[in-house]
Design a protein around this ligand. Structure first.
Ligand code: 13P
Length: 250
């Protein structure tokens, strides 16, 4: 059985102080036990997440990591530093980093290795742009991205790896994939994982959907057999909507 995961990606939002207040308020609510809650916060807010969430059932992590272990890499943050702050998960390969920072699949694979070495589960993002979907190539494109981003990566246990299918055209647009289209892609992703790591392994990996997940579409998406929760951007910034997403995952 895969426990659903509702991960928020705050992107470049909230100061340290704002994050602390938000997380404290989150813990003042009774959270449903049917799904795991996790917040992917800016690096600067990780100390607040560590202070507020340690010992709680809410997990947290970062939105990126360096592909290097340590050294003269000005401005970068290592997996060891993230582990020291208590990160359980960390996003890699988000389409915003692939687009704005030209991150190729093989760099994403190196990042996955660094996280796994530090006992942090990567939330690996894949997904096609609009022109690729319109050309009918969405599955081919997404599986190729998955293959490249996991090249040479050995996650060990299925709990150490989370995949997020995030079609680029659905991110921040208010246009989500239909539950059927998302389910179809998730099924393809699980089949690919099965051919690479074995059936039992693939059955244990959580595959999240991301791209305009909102309180009004979350329940239908999360009810699909291969959709194991969501990676929400905009809807994770307000406490009320994030709580509704959590409630929609059962
Ligand atoms: P939105 O939920 O704002 O569309 O963002 C999705 C996303 O990119 C999560 O990583």
């Amino acid at each position: 059985m895969r426990k659903k995961l509702v991960a928020g990606n705050w992107k470049m939002h909230k100061t340290l102080t704002e994050a602390k207040v938000w997380l404290q308020e989150l813990l003042s609510h009774t959270l449903p036990s049917s799904a795991e809650a996790a917040l992917m916060v800016p690096f600067t807010s990780l100390p607040a997440a560590q202070e507020v969430l340690s010992g709680s059932p809410v997990a947290f992590g970062a939105q990126d990591v360096s592909a290097h272990q340590e050294g003269a890499y000005t401005g970068e943050i290592s997996a060891k530093m993230l582990a020291d702050l208590g990160c359980k998960y960390t996003i890699i390969g988000h389409s915003e980093r692939r687009a704005y920072h030209k991150e190729p699949d093989l760099l994403v694979a190196e990042k996955a290795k660094r996280l796994l070495e530090a006992n942090i589960a990567p939330i690996l993002c894949v997904g096609e742009p609009l022109e690729v979907r319109e050309a009918g190539e969405a599955v081919f494109y997404t599986l190729k991205q998955l293959e490249g981003s996991l090249q040479g990566v050995n996650p060990g246990s299925p709990h150490n790896l989370v995949i997020a299918y995030e079609p680029v055209w659905a991110i921040g647009t208010g246009k989500n994939a239909t539950p059927d289209d998302a389910e179809n892609m998730h099924d393809e992703i699980r089949s690919w994982l099965s051919s690479r790591f074995g059936k039992e392994y693939a059955a244990g990996v959580r595959i999240l959907y991301g791209g305009s997940v909102k309180p009004d579409n979350a329940a239908a998406l999360f009810a699909q057999p291969n959709i194991d929760g969501g990676l929400a951007g905009g809807a994770s910034l307000q406490l009320e909507s994030y709580l509704l997403l959590l409630g929609a995952a059962r």
